[in-house]
Ligand binder design. Structure first.
Ligand SMILES: Cc1cc2nc3c(=O)[nH]c(=O)nc-3n(C[C@H](O)[C@H](O)[C@H](O)COP(=O)(O)OP(=O)(O)OC[C@H]3O[C@@H](n4cnc5c(N)ncnc54)[C@H](O)[C@@H]3O)c2cc1C
Length: 376
């Protein structure tokens, strides 16, 4: 039986480990220097979608990633599947003409690619879906992608880790991988921070924004251009919104009962590393959220800022996923990507198949590791 260690228990690593363990064909270890799901996976807007994904290959991968979430939900036992996936779709609108034209082009492209996307009037949205959301006018055109969803990604990770454990996977949490032994060029063992040595036949690098450092343990150059994002989690009265909302001012979504998550790319661009700037930007996000849900302004004013977190997107240099075997280091695999919440379960299934059966699915073949050269 193949002995395989997965480095990183974020949504990507947990998904790979779950599929490997479930296959019954591998002895699996899941190693994380912290707790499962505590990396970028817990600092993500977690919108499962293929909305702004180009080129076409990348769109198709994300579309399949979104579908995989529903497949996984139906596959998981009992209530486990229903608790982390939150369908309901996504609403998006623009206030200036140029942005509206861009959104129209995107909806048109998505429709021509067979993706569920269309238009509604703001008045319809207020009547049928979201009574609390403020639009510029009742006639504002609102793009609606009904099949998109948000994911409680830390919950999914913990579910997958638990299921992997039940299938016999072993876990090592709170200990970093410090060395990867590669005897005659082939991966042979991991050395962990606390001194343990795990003899293995294969290793999956799913270390998210730190995947470049893990790759460097083998002399491999994996160029990342990580970017930061700010997420504001509010404790609010009731359920002010029921689904994903992308407005020109702020993006919002529910985050479980009595919670709303707020994010916006324009705020990310201003993000500085010092805490004071971060708090100021958090207040800016709160103000923006109030503009989108003014009816709830008093409640939002009282809303407790439950959490203000900076997440680091694990972004390969060219912005596209990096998935699969690294040919010059037998036994070494990578699974590093932005959009990891959308893609995690799909990459998990496809990479497990590649590791166990040597089959590279057409969906991941455009995103191979060999586009980044080895440093030495
Ligand atoms: C602000 C923001 C918004 C986002 N919005 C979306 C979105 O709407 N939709 C979407 O699909 N994606 C989104 N993403 C991207 C998505 O969140 C990530 O792609 C995904 O969470 C990456 O998961 P991962 O498992 O690869 O990494 P992580 O969750 O970071 O997991 C990596 C794990 O590796 C561990 N690790 C690192 N080094 C070592 C080591 N040496 N030894 C042992 N363990 C190690 C870490 O502790 C960590 O737990 C967003 C990201 C950000 C920051």
């Amino acid at each position: 039986m193949l002995r395989i260690a997965v480095i990183g228990a974020g949504i990507v690593g947990a998904s790979v480990a779950f599929r490997l363990a479930r296959s019954g064909e591998a002895r699996v270890w899941i190693v994380d220097k912290a707790l499962p799901g505590s990396g970028t996976t817990s600092a993500s807007f977690a919108w499962a979608n293929a909305s702004e994904k180009t080129p076409r290959d990348y769109f198709e991968l994300n579309r399949a990633g979104l579908e995989e979430h529903f497949r996984l939900r139906d596959e998981l036992p009992g209530e486990a599947g229903a608790l982390w996936l939150h369908p309901g779709g996504n609403l998006e609108w623009s206030e200036d003409e140029a942005a509206l034209e861009g959104l129209e082009r995107r909806v048109e492209r998505l429709r021509s690619w067979g993706y569920a996307a269309g238009w509604r009037r703001a008045s319809w949205v207020n009547e049928v879906l979201e009574p609390n959301v403020a639009f510029p006018s009742p006639n504002t055109p609102v793009a609606f992608s009904p099949e998109e969803a948000w994911v409680d990604a830390p919950r999914l990770v913990n579910t997958l880790v638990e299921l992997a454990r039940r299938e016999g996977a072993e876990t090592r949490f709170g200990t970093a991988v410090e060395e990867i032994e590669a005897g005659d060029g082939r991966v042979a063992a991991l050395r962990l921070q606390h001194g343990e040595r795990l003899p293995v036949d294969a290793v999956v690098n799913a270390a998210g924004p730190e995947a470049d450092r893990v790759a460097a343990l083998l002399g491999r150059r994996l160029p990342l251009k990580p970017s930061k994002g700010l997420l504001l989690r509010l404790a609010v009265e009731g359920t002010p919104i029921g689904r994903l909302v992308h407005s020109p001012h702020a993006n919002l979504r529910p985050d479980g009962p009595g919670r709303v998550l707020v994010h916006h790319g324009s705020v990310d661009q201003k993000l500085e590393s010092d805490a004071e700037a971060r708090n100021q930007l958090g207040r800016e996000l709160l103000g923006r959220a109030r503009r989108v849900i003014p009816a709830l302004a008093p409640a939002l004013a009282d809303a407790e800022v439950e959490d203000l977190r900076v997440g680091i997107r694990p972004m390969p240099e060219d912005g596209l996923p990096c998935v699969g075997a690294v040919a010059e280091i037998p036994g070494y695999y990578e699974a590093v990507t932005h959009s990891g919440v959308t893609l995690g379960p799909l990459l998990g299934r496809l990479l497990a198949r590649e590791i166990l059966a040597g089959e590279v699915d057409a969906l991941i073949s455009p995103f191979r590791t060999d586009r980044f050269a080895r440093a030495r």
